[in-house]
Structure formats: C-alpha cells, structure tokens
Design a protein around this ligand. Structure first.
Ligand SMILES: *[C@@H]1O[C@H](CO)[C@@H](O)[C@H](O)[C@H]1NC(C)=O
Ligand SMILES: *[C@@H]1O[C@H](CO)[C@@H](O)[C@H](O)[C@H]1NC(C)=O
Ligand SMILES: *[C@@H]1O[C@H](CO)[C@@H](O)[C@H](O)[C@H]1NC(C)=O
Length: 217
C-alpha cells in the first residue's frame, strides 16, 4: 500500500500537528508512486504506457530566438535518448501549494534539417537551411505544478536548463547559409537557453505522460 500525499488532507491534519512544509512522498525511482501522488491532486491518468521510443521524429517544430531576431523551423526533428531521462526531484511544498518535478535528460540528441528565418525591420525575412546534429550532455527540466488539486502539466511552465553546451555538427545546405552562419560561438549559450524555453514543455509532457501520469497533452 503506497502512501499518497493529498494537499487537502494535510491542511486538515495541520490543526493537530504542523506538518513539514516540504513533503517527499516517493522514491525518485518509483514512478508509480509519483504518478499516484500527482493523480491525487489533479486529473491525470496514472495508468501510463511506460515507455517512449529511443528515437522518434517530429515535423515542423517551430521555435524563436528573440536575442538573434530569428525564428527556426525543424522540418524533420529526430529526437534520440528521450527514453534515458529520469526523475531527479519530486516534492510538494505544502505552504506554497506547489509540487516541483524535475527530470534529467542525459545525452539528449537532436538532429534536424532546419530553416533559420532571420527577421529584419522594414525588410523581408531571409531564410537559411542547414542540417544539424547536437548531443546535449545534460538537459534538466523543471516544472512547478501549482494549486493543490488542480495541478496541470498542460498549462504549467517548464524550465529547461542547458547544463552544458552541446557537441554538435552543422552542415549548411547552400552557400548563402554557409556564408551567413556565424563561427562566433560566444553567444551560443544564449541561443541554447532560448531554444529550450520552447523545447522544454514538449520534452517534459511527452516523458511525464508516458512514464508517470497522463495529463493528455
Ligand atoms: C537584433 O536586432 C537588433 C535591432 O536591429 C540589433 O541591434 C541586434 O544586434 C540584433 N541581434 C543580433 C544578435 O544580431
Ligand atoms: C535531411 O535531408 C536529407 C536530404 O533530403 C535527408 O537525406 C535526411 O534524411 C534529412 N534528415 C533529417 C534528420 O530529416
Ligand atoms: C557553392 O559555391 C561553389 C563555388 O564557390 C560551387 O562550386 C558550389 O556548387 C556551390 N554550392 C552550392 C550548394 O550552391
């Protein structure tokens, strides 16, 4: 019989004994326990598929990099090693009415034929095409699920930390792109952080919905 933490129940218990503010109801390796604890405070379905493919494809994934005045479209995005992610933190903060869930993804490998759309004021966008494959040593996803029994991964922000810059290989698909692409990697950390503002929710939802509790998004 596993222990379930439910916000509302603890509030009642408060009267007798002040509970600790931070509650860790599960071992981080016990996805069943984490799923049932999320279920107790939300509407997700804890009967999950239990795996994601080691490699899968997505089409036309768009993201923006405001610092670079640019947008990007991954026409075909191959995601590898998403199945290697694992839960690295899970707790409830009772006072703040919040659950925190972190997932670490080692060696996340993204390969794409990418269109870079460079925006310019009072001018047409210019487009560039390149092939890229990047291996990220560690991507760390963290979400704060708020409000007791209305925890909702589908509307929650997910923060994606790029703990180390990726090892990557870029192949420009035409000469214009070859001339345009910067060799200056000093601001690459900004590009990667901006990128993962877009990728993090998608990566987190797919992992949680398949391994822990299905929020259906
Ligand atoms: C983005 O556009 C602004 C305004 O034109 C410019 O000052 C800035 O240098 C551009 N950013 C990059 C990274 O090129
Ligand atoms: C990128 O395009 C090339 C040439 O059309 C194709 O062979 C390759 O499979 C594509 N790669 C991806 C990741 O879609
Ligand atoms: C790039 O330019 C070189 C000559 O400068 C040319 O030989 C080559 O075919 C061009 N490649 C593409 C993809 O246009």
């Amino acid at each position: 019989m596993q222990q379930l933490f439910v916000f509302a129940a603890l509030v009642v218990a408060c009267v007798a004994v002040a509970p600790p503010s931070i509650v860790r109801p599960c071992k981080l390796t016990d996805y069943r326990c984490i799923g049932h604890n999320l279920r107790a405070n939300s509407v997700c379905n804890p009967y999950v598929y239990g795996s994601v493919p080691s490699e899968y494809r997505m089409t036309n994934v768009r993201f923006d990099a405001p610092f670079f005045n640019a947008s990007y479209v991954d026409k075909t995005l191959v995601v590898r090693n998403h199945n290697k992610c694992f839960v690295s933190e899970f707790f409830f903060n009772v006072q703040r009415d919040t659950a925190v869930l972190s997932v670490d993804c080692p060696h996340l490998d993204l390969e794409s034929n990418r269109t870079l759309i460079q925006h310019n004021s009072k001018r047409e966008d210019t487009e560039y095409q390149y092939h890229i494959r990047a291996d990220y040593p560690l991507i760390r996803l963290t979400t704060n699920l708020r409000h007791a029994n209305r925890l909702d991964l589908c509307s929650a922000f997910v923060f994606g930390e790029v703990t180390e810059l990726p090892n990557f290989f870029v192949n420009p698909l035409d000469n214009a792109t070859n001339n345009f692409l910067s060799r200056d990697l000093s601001v690459m950390n900004i590009y990667e952080r901006e990128t993962f503002f877009y990728r993090a929710p998608m990566l987190m939802r797919y992992f949680v919905n398949n391994y822990i509790c299905n929020f259906r998004c």
